[in-house]
Design a protein around this ligand. Structure first.
Ligand code: SDX
Length: 428
């Protein structure tokens, strides 16, 4: 018999069922609250709201834990590859053999071509267009080529969508990356890994370009770390958009749009801009004061998290990768990295940040690695979207496979005008 919690007001009382999690917080099932009491719950930023049931990713914000299908992120980052993690996220298990993984890889590879006329999408943008504007548009445009005949309830169609969007995203991101470069068309190379191919798609058109294995490994780790993160803003946008039964590529485009925001995936670009604005270690305390000043809109970008009230486990891994990448690119004494380390040290010893449990998050160091790879800061969030596509697509498939799923439609606390009668304009 499920445990219950009783709410009482005056003579009214209602028992609400408690549903237990495999691990982590249980939930109070509120479906009977409004019909039985006439009350809504109020949680505008969904800080304490479980929006769905999911088996994909688990986060413990207090302990700084992140697990994909039960596997700790630290082990996956050290021992796995992005494509193997994509297999794990989608199938729920690690591939049982290299054959299974190779089959998965070839399914992705078969989809690494774009529909005709997609180049028109990119050529429609000027040189100044932000990559995320282009990527949001390009992903939505896929729904123009893949719509008729898609049965979103059909498992096979869901799988086709999953592999198609996973294969298309690196090509779209490469097109966005090379938007202003001529003759930058490079094909996928079977002999290379997924991450080596991404670097080749970006830079392979340059004479004499050679892939630095330290960079391709670091990129693969970044993709693993950014692959999924439970019900974050962009994944929730994909779920809410997809819940209306819309085209799945349109739902993913909603996720790309949400990710662009500086409070979310756009933070990685904002962090490097912030480092540039701070300039030198001498200015750190001035910016720390600005971050603490309630009258100043400035926030320490790359710091703080809605869920992690501890060090973001991904930031720890990225910081150590930073050292390796900067050494391998001859940037050992990289002033921006030194500034980042000093900024972290000062903030983590400042009562304002300690009291609010504000720690570096996934975006604090990631841009330094992309920068060392010669990826421009405007492309950083597109790199995040590239990695997160597997998470978005897996959550969409999980939602569409759930026979109990319904369209998401929150209510509100209405504070507007009470009923009043119309007055003709000449009588006002
Ligand atoms: C991502 O959800 C996910 O999982 C996201 C993500 C993923 O993988 O999908 O992890 C990726 O989006 C990481 C977060 C990237 N964003 C940033 O780095 C932007 C900077 N961070 C902040 O904007 C903020 O920390 C958020 C948006 C990340 C979290 O915002 P919350 O949970 O709404 O925090 P809050 O506003 O309730 O903050 C609590 C207090 C406030 O002060 P008080 O009102 O208590 O006095 O902490 C302060 C805030 O002003 N605060 C900060 C701060 N973050 C919070 N003060 C200065 N600098 C900051 N960065």
């Amino acid at each position: 018999m499920a445990e219950k919690i009783t709410l009482k007001k005056d003579t009214q009382s209602i028992d609400l069922e408690i549903k237990d999690a495999t691990v982590g917080p249980s939930v109070i099932d509120l479906k009977s609250l409004y019909p039985d009491t006439g009350y809504f719950t109020f949680d505008p930023s969904y800080s304490t709201t479980a929006s769905c049931e999911s088996k994909i990713t688990y986060i413990d914000g207090v302990k700084g834990i992140l697990e994909y299908r039960g596997y700790p992120i630290e082990q996956l980052a050290e021992k796995s590859t992005y494509l193997e993690v994509a297999y794990l996220l989608f199938n729920g298990e690690l591939p049982s053999s290299n054959i299974a993984l190779d089959e998965f890889r070839s399914e992705v590879k078969q989809n690494m071509t774009l529909p005709e006329n997609m180049d028109v999408i990119f050529s429609g943008f000027g040189k100044e267009a932000h990559p995320m504007a282009m990527l949001t548009t390009a992903v939505a445009a896929l729904s123009g080529s893949y719509h008729e005949g898609i049965d979103i309830r059909d498992k096979e169609h869901q799988k086709e969508f999953f592999f198609n969007v996973l294969g298309k995203m690196p090509i779209l991101v490469a097109n966005v990356f090379n938007h202003n470069q001529k003759n930058a068309n490079v094909e996928y190379d079977e002999s290379l890994s997924y991450s080596e191919n991404i670097l080749r798609l970006f830079f392979g058109w340059k004479d004499g370009y050679e892939i630095n294995p330290i960079l391709s490994k670091a990129l693969d780790i970044l993709l693993i770390l950014h692959a999924d993160h439970e019900q974050n803003c962009s994944t929730s946008s994909v779920r809410l958009t997809g819940s209306s039964g819309t085209n799945p590529y349109a739902a993913i485009a909603a996720g790309v749009a949400a990710l662009w925001g500086p409070a979310h995936g756009g933070a990685n670009e904002a962090v490097v801009r912030m480092f540039g604005e701070i300039g030198s270690k001498d200015n750190i305390s001035k910016f720390i004061d600005k971050a603490k000043d309630k009258n100043d809109p400035f926030r320490l970008m790359g710091f703080g998290h809605r869920v992690y009230k501890n060090y973001d486990p991904r930031a720890t891994i990225i910081r150590s990768q930073c050292h390796k990448v900067l050494e391998s690119t001859g940037n050992d004494s990289n002033p921006m990295f030194e500034l980042a380390l000093k900024l972290e040290e000062i903030a983590l010893n400042d009562d304002y940040f300690v009291k609010r449990n504000l720690y570096p998050n996934v975006d604090f160091y990631s841009g330094l690695i992309y920068k060392a790879m010669d990826i421009p800061k405007e492309m950083f969030t597109a790199m995040f979207a590239l990695a997160r596509t597997v998470g978005w697509a897996t959550h969409w498939c999980e939602m569409m496979s759930n026979p109990k799923h319904r369209i998401g439609r929150p209510r509100q606390l209405y504070l507007g005008e009470k009923k009043r009668d119309y007055i003709p304009i000449n009588d006002r």
